[in-house]
Design a protein around this ligand. Structure first.
Ligand code: ADP
Ligand code: MG
Length: 260
């Protein structure tokens, strides 16, 4: 088991944003953290990556307690996350962005800073190959289609060879076909690299199609977890999703188990 979150809570001025949540993320699994807006998903993510200190509870990564550790130290242990490519990096090429990520990894790994250079070219190309962006290596990030930028962000996150990857709303702003492409790619990487991925996603179609396991939060509490079928048929989950505009028909059968 890669990640074990136990009885995790976070309060903001007495308001319980996350309230006694317990779940696990195994290696080689794509795990979705879902729930209506304000459910506490991002707060959970930010406690796991170290941006927020838990009020109470435990976060064990590879059997090591990481709750309250600094983000950099958690990152070094192998917990990665996707970042949006900042505007300043848009003028650089795709491969330069990945080379910088590799140089940054080496700085933490070896304690020495070498400017991103030829030594990282092959490795960067291999990563771009994996995310299907090798053909765009010499283009500026700023001119890429939105879905392609997300692939580059994934390559950058993989540069540190994370064992666990956190993706908070990776497909936000994407067209449905781009969403499916990114999640299919992510699922493939999960299997190939045997990493665990925890992601949030608004589209129930995407979640039901790709996630190996679902964790459902509502008002800071975990209300259900399990595979798509279990969650789809869970009375409390249906109740929570009614009226959010993201309801789904629970008992109907769809091609491939997925509602289109
Ligand atoms: P989600 O990602 O599921 O939409 P969040 O984790 O962002 O939900 O937020 C959960 C709840 O905690 C919301 O009610 C939000 O307003 C509150 N919250 C989140 N961050 C803070 C903060 N820094 N200070 C106060 N309240 C916060
Ligand atoms: Mg959020």
């Amino acid at each position: 088991m890669l990640l074990r979150v136990g009885n995790l809570s976070k309060s903001f001025d007495g308001f319980k944003a996350v309230d006694g949540v317990t779940f696990e993320v195994p290696a080689g699994r794509l795990v979705a953290l879902i729930g209506p807006n304000g459910a506490g998903k991002s707060t959970c993510f930010n406690m796991v990556n170290g941006q927020l200190k838990p009020t109470s509870g435990s976060i064990r990564f590879n059997n090591q307690e990481i709750a309250g550790m600094r983000p950099r130290d958690i990152w070094r242990l192998g917990v990665g996350r996707t970042f949006q490519i900042a505007a300043t990096f848009n003028s650089m090429t795709v491969i330069e962005n990945v080379q910088i990520a590799l140089a940054s990894r080496d700085k933490h790994l070896l304690g020495l800073w070498k400017p991103a250079s030829a030594s990282h070219t092959d490795e960067a190309m291999a990563l771009l190959e994996q995310v299907g962006m090798a053909g765009h290596a010499r283009r500026a990030c700023g001119v890429l289609a939105y879905g392609d930028v997300k692939r580059v962000e994934l390559a950058i996150a993989l540069a540190n060879q994370p064992k666990l990857l956190l993706m908070d709303e990776p497909t936000a702003g994407m067209a449905p076909n781009e969403r499916n492409d990114l999640m299919a790619l992510t699922k493939q990487l999960v299997k190939e690299r045997d990493i665990g991925v925890l992601f949030t996603e608004h589209s129930m179609d995407v979640v039901f199609e790709y996630a190996d396991k679902l964790i459902v939060l509502a008002r800071g509490k975990l209300i259900a977890q399990g595979d798509a079928e279990t969650v789809r048929n869970h009375a409390h989950v249906q109740e929570v999703y009614l009226g959010t505009g993201k309801s789904f028909t629970p008992r109907a059968t769809f091609a491939g188990g997925v509602r289109r």
